[in-house]
Write a protein that binds this ligand. Structure first.
Ligand code: F6P
Length: 483
């Protein structure tokens, strides 16, 4: 069977290129290994139709990457507009930031329809299509309109919020209904599944039975598929990274100083302002940490044309200047703040050099930085992960020091605890987290979703004949039932 993976952003095979975002970095190793075809935006726009738009195809290990230019007239309304100014804030429970115009929604639907037409080039009877993320909620429905009878799966990398929040998105009902064209819808956590199922119940009177909902479009299986990382691959990369010049320079610059690290896109969901405030508070309540500890915050610029992101970028610059100005010394800067991206291979080395990883989003689908930080550690002397309880990763990484990112004082005290933790406890926590990571790698996630998609699609055909959904209850990698 051929597998076609579709996402807005794709990743190139070059290990030394900076990478924006978890999705692209996560999919790269599985596409390389599985032989799937990965289709996404080239990052350029054009006025040509989907038939004339040239596909740039590159080899990606055993797989291939195909990139196409998205329509110039609709790209802004689709990406900066509906996807990132209406859906993204709602999905991250920030209804106050929702900005949506009718034109943006039109553009979003147009780009979904454009991508569906472009995918006809890959239509084969035996191909399965796996659509990724909030950019393409309606792509499955567009494919069905074009007569695709193939298995169609969808995975949402962000959270799915409470019903009252998603209701703030114009046309949310239309979009949720469109999602029911997929055979399988996967979320990061059981909480997301519950929120989505509640929308189906309250807005459409639909009920979930054994993980399956039956609608006028057929049956859709719904479940939680927490995404993982390539644990051993990342650990090996982090070990190798010790010799990278950036990593050596970082280590040399520290002298005897200890390091905490945060790596995020500049995004209001990441809790960056609260994190810097927590370090500010840490140096107030524990002045002994001054000149002894600093935070390396890598804050990759993101979506800068959107007002909320531009405002955040300015706020962070002011805040970091203020904290450094008040606590800094001639030979010590409390917050090393970098507005640029680094390649995955260099980041692994940075994580290994840091005694504390601070991953404190206000809301996050999974947050793969948390998992990568853990995988990168030296088993003999591992660092401590300080993790927001609002990241999807908190479900698995219960041996991290979990924090409420709204509680600045609590975060400051927890960071102090992390910095003082004895090596035995650090090892115990790290080993526990590694067991969880190994039980749910990106390869298991990929295979588990694809197998379930094929099964859900096959059951769909039986349902069409008998009218009764026939799908076995799902099992996760550790054997537990989903629903
Ligand atoms: O969280 C979902 C996600 O796809 C991430 O993987 C990525 O960081 C982000 O959303 C998309 O970012 P961008 O707009 O830069 O592609």
């Amino acid at each position: 069977m051929d597998l076609v993976v579709v996402s807005n952003r794709v990743a190139r095979a070059k290990a030394n290129e900076p990478m924006t975002g978890g999705l692209a970095a996560a999919l790269l190793p599985v596409v390389e290994k599985s032989g799937a075809i990965w289709i996404g935006s080239s990052g350029k726009v054009s006025d040509t139709s989907e038939k004339d738009s040239p596909l740039k195809i590159e080899q990606l290990g055993a797989g291939a990457l195909a990139m196409l230019d998205l329509p110039a007239a609709h790209y802004g309304g689709y990406y900066e507009g509906f996807a990132n100014s209406a859906l993204w804030p709602a999905l991250h429970s920030r209804p106050d930031l929702i900005r949506a115009s009718q034109d943006d929604y039109t553009s979003y639907r147009e780009v979904n329809a454009f991508m569906a037409r472009a995918l006809t080039r890959f239509k084969k009877p035996a191909a399965a299509f796996w659509i990724q993320d909030y950019h393409f909620l309606a792509l499955g429905a567009e494919l069905r309109k074009l007569g695709f009878k193939n298995p169609l799966g969808f995975f949402l990398h962000t959270p799915w919020p409470a019903r009252a929040v998603i209701a703030g998105v114009p046309h949310h009902r239309e979009l949720i209904e469109a999602m029911l064209s997929y055979d399988l819808i996967g979320f990061q956590t059981e909480d997301d599944v519950e929120n989505f199922v509640r929308c189906l119940k309250m807005d459409f009177g639909l009920q979930l039975h054994d993980g399956v909902v039956m609608s006028r479009f057929g049956t859709t299986r719904i479940g939680a598929f927490p995404i993982g990382i390539d644990v051993e691959g990342f650990a090996a990369q982090a070990r190798r990274a010790a010799s990278h010049p950036d990593v050596s320079r970082l280590r040399m610059s520290l002298g005897g100083e200890r390091l905490a690290i945060g790596v995020d896109r500049v995004d209001y969901s990441k809790g960056l302002v609260n994190r810097i405030a927590a370090f500010d508070r840490l140096f107030e309540i524990e002045p002994s940490f001054k000149r002894e500890v600093s935070l390396l915050q890598i804050a990759t610029p993101s979506r800068g044309t959107i007002e909320a992101y531009d405002d955040l970028q300015s706020e962070l610059a002011r805040q970091v200047t203020d904290v450094n100005g008040r606590h800094g010394e001639v030979d010590w800067i409390p917050i090393r703040y970098l507005n640029k991206g680094f390649s995955q291979s260099v980041l692994g080395g940075f994580y290994r050099a840091a005694q504390v990883g601070v991953v404190t989003p206000l809301q996050d689908g999974m947050n793969l930085v948390a998992k990568e930080y853990v995988a990168a550690q030296n088993p003999a002397d591992p660092g401590v992960l300080v993790l927001s309880k609002f990241a999807g990763a908190a479900n698995e990484l219960d041996a991290a020091l979990q924090v409420n990112p709204h509680d600045i004082e609590g975060m400051a005290r927890t960071i102090a605890t992390a910095l003082s933790m004895p090596v035995q406890e650090r090892r115990m926590r790290w080993e526990s987290m590694m067991r969880k990571l190994r039980a749910g790698t990106i390869h298991q996630w990929f295979a588990g979703f694809v197998d379930t998609l094929i099964e859900a699609h096959a059951a769909q055909d039986l349902t069409a004949i008998s009218g009764v959904p026939r799908i076995k209850p799902l099992r996760t990698a550790d054997g537990a039932f989903l629903h």
